[in-house]
Design a protein around this ligand. Structure first.
Ligand code: SAH
Length: 347
């Protein structure tokens, strides 16, 4: 067993049952431990007060429980959005966001420390990939935000730092744990995973029997233009990515959400709107337009509200459903991953 396998919060109920057998305990204890970790969401083994002192000591000596510490909390005075910087047990810092909408509270989580996908407009990838997050570290972003806000979480989006399908096994394990009826019991329909388009993993995810919403970061309408913005496009062509999305929809019945970050004079012309409509018209989908968030290390310019609305209208005229993503917490952020970068630079 390596250290990662000895982390209790990432284990399934069946794996915890094996832990109990090794400890010389009855398997039913596993459910109690699972509930402490995922329903009561405690931070330490010490708090599991219905276990004997002997068992708690044994667990502490042989296993770990990942718990995140809030390193910084910023609250927007415009819309109440909160940004959290969390410190991991090895000192790494990650970023998560809590947003309050009319239809409930949504949390945006990170799936990796840094990222290796290299998208040109994204701040999360500037320092490369540091490491994958464990399932426990993804769960903890949600558990600690619930604790800090005192409110429930109604939906989650895996759209923070990192490429979730580049950390596939841990992300799928996380999805099974967050939807487990003995734990947080979040509805699978309340989960969205955003990917830059790692094609073989989209097919794998479609077969997991986890009908979550898939968001595909498209951002361009030809292979050439997509390669300019997203290096992953060198590996998988637009046709291949769109075919995988089509398959995902057929398998899960979940409408695909296409993300399209609008970059001034790069991808927001009339021709772009026309090509985008043609590309995705046969896929049951919805387009999310995101006026690009300027990153100080890069020279991309964002679009005005009017330019975003014009682009949206052109899509709708061609029969494509599109919304402009509302900008949340404008006063406390910067682009995705920028808060973490500025914190690391200063500390
Ligand atoms: N790796 C995943 C999830 C990360 S980011 C993915 O690629 O989808 C979530 C979304 O924000 C993606 O569509 C990403 O392309 C977009 N994004 C990243 N940086 C951005 C920026 N500066 N402005 C606008 N959108 C950005």
């Amino acid at each position: 067993m390596n250290n990662e396998q000895k982390e209790l919060r990432s284990m399934s109920l069946e794996e915890l049952q094996q832990v109990m057998v090794l400890a010389g305990e009855k398997p039913f204890r596993a459910k109690q431990v699972f509930e402490w970790l995922h329903k009561k969401q405690v931070s330490s083994i010490e708090e599991m007060t219905n276990l004997s002192k002997k068992l708690r000591t044994y667990l502490k000596e042989n296993y770990t429980v990942d718990t995140l510490k809030v390193a910084k909390e910023l609250i927007s005075s415009i819309d109440g959005t909160r940004k959290y910087l969390f410190k991991l047990s090895d000192g790494n810092i990650i970023e998560s966001v809590w947003m309050n909408y009319k239809h409930g509270n949504s949390v945006c989580i990170s799936s990796q420390v840094g990222c290796r996908m290299g998208c040109k407009f994204c701040a999360s990838t500037l320092g490369g990939l540091v490491r994958n997050l464990r399932p426990s570290e993804m769960l903890e972003q949600i558990y600690r935000i619930k604790e800090a806000t005192g409110q429930r979480v109604d939906s989650i989006v895996i759209m923070g730092s990192g490429e979730p399908l580049d950390n596939y096994d841990s992300v799928v394990r996380f999805l099974r744990l967050i939807t487990d009826e003995n734990g947080e019991n979040l509805s699978r329909r309340a989960i969205t995973l955003s990917t830059c388009g790692i094609v073989p993993r989209i097919y794998d995810l479609a077969k997991e029997n986890l009908p979550i919403t898939l968001a595909l970061s498209l951002h361009a309408t030809t292979n050439e233009e997509r390669i300019e913005l997203m290096p992953i496009a060198r590996k998988y062509s637009l046709d291949e990515v769109l075919e995988a999305c089509e398959y995902y929809f057929k398998q899960t019945g979940r409408r695909i959400s296409f993300e399209y970050s609008l970059v001034k004079d790069v991808n927001n012309s009339k021709e772009h709107a026309k090509r985008l409509s043609e590309l995705i018209s046969k896929t049951n989908s919805h387009v999310n337009l995101i006026p690009v968030n300027p990153v100080k290390e890069r020279s991309f310019e964002t679009v005005t509200r009017k330019q975003a609305e014009d682009f949206q209208k052109m899509l709708e005229k061609n029969g494509v459903n599109a919304t402009i993503r509302r900008e949340m917490g404008r006063d406390i952020s910067g682009a995705c991953g920028q808060l973490r970068r500025s914190f690391i630079e200063k500390n």
